[in-house]
Design a binder for this molecule. Structure first.
Ligand SMILES: Nc1nc2c(ncn2[C@@H]2O[C@H](COP(=O)(O)OP(=O)(O)OP(=O)(O)O)[C@@H](O)[C@H]2O)c(=O)[nH]1
Length: 204
């Protein structure tokens, strides 16, 4: 993909990591490497520019030299708040859409952005998906393609109490980009200390 084709990318790191005991989950290390570094390494060839969506003191992200976008809505309303602030940032850049990734998912596909673009519905929305060992298809709604044109609808919906990502994407229609789960699900995400051990096994 040429640099010109790339869409802005937003790393969703605005959660509270309660299952990990709080703090910034993505600053935890897996086999010696921080999750955020693994995520940036995978996203940088796919998206430009890149921003981090995170709340609280922005100085803890200073070393990354990336824009830090705090949720514009209070009280941790969930990842859609990060999508919204990402869309507002992208609108200011004159971009037509963004790609989002979760900061706790270190093995996401290296062709995520390209495949999301190919899967986009008429609305411009697409979500990533993969199958579990029983063949059941799961959507991964923090991995999506989000058109700037829907940002006011998203803002109004969030202000009206909407929290569930797929409730909103289903309203507009979203394409699905299905990724292979062999040898393991690329959307395996880290929620607990046990998940860090599992990720280290996968790397080994
Ligand atoms: N911007 C933003 N992102 C969020 C919010 N809540 C969760 N996220 C992000 O959404 C993704 C999935 O989050 P979860 O694993 O469900 O929540 P978490 O806060 O990371 O962890 P738990 O508190 O243990 O559930 C992660 O990338 C989070 O950073 C929020 O209120 N605002």
């Amino acid at each position: 993909m040429s640099r010109h084709d790339r869409l802005p990318g937003v790393i969703l790191a605005g959660g509270q990591a309660t299952r990990m005991g709080g703090g910034d989950k993505c600053l935890r290390r897996v086999a010696g490497k921080r999750l955020i570094d693994m995520v940036i390494d995978r996203l940088a060839p796919q998206c430009a520019p890149i921003a981090i969506n995170a709340n609280g003191d922005p100085s803890r992200w200073a070393e990354f030299d990336l824009p830090v976008l705090a949720d514009s809505l209070p009280d941790h309303p969930g990842p859609l708040a990060g999508v919204l602030v990402g869309l507002d940032w992208a609108a200011g850049l004159g971009a037509r859409a963004i790609v989002t990734v979760a900061a706790d998912t270190p093995f996401f596909p290296r062709d995520l952005a390209a495949r999301l673009k190919r899967a986009a519905a008429a609305s411009g929305l697409a979500l990533a998906a993969s199958r579990d060992e029983h063949g059941r298809l799961w959507r991964h709604p923090t991995f999506g393609l989000w058109p700037v044109a829907l940002r006011e609808d998203l803002r109004t919906s969030l202000q009206g109490g909407l929290r569930k990502i797929v409730a909103w994407t289903e309203r507009h229609g979203a394409g699905l980009a299905e990724f292979d789960s062999v040898p393991f699900d690329p959307f395996f995400n880290i929620n607990t200390p046990e998940d860090i051990a599992r990720a280290e096994e996968l790397i080994a």
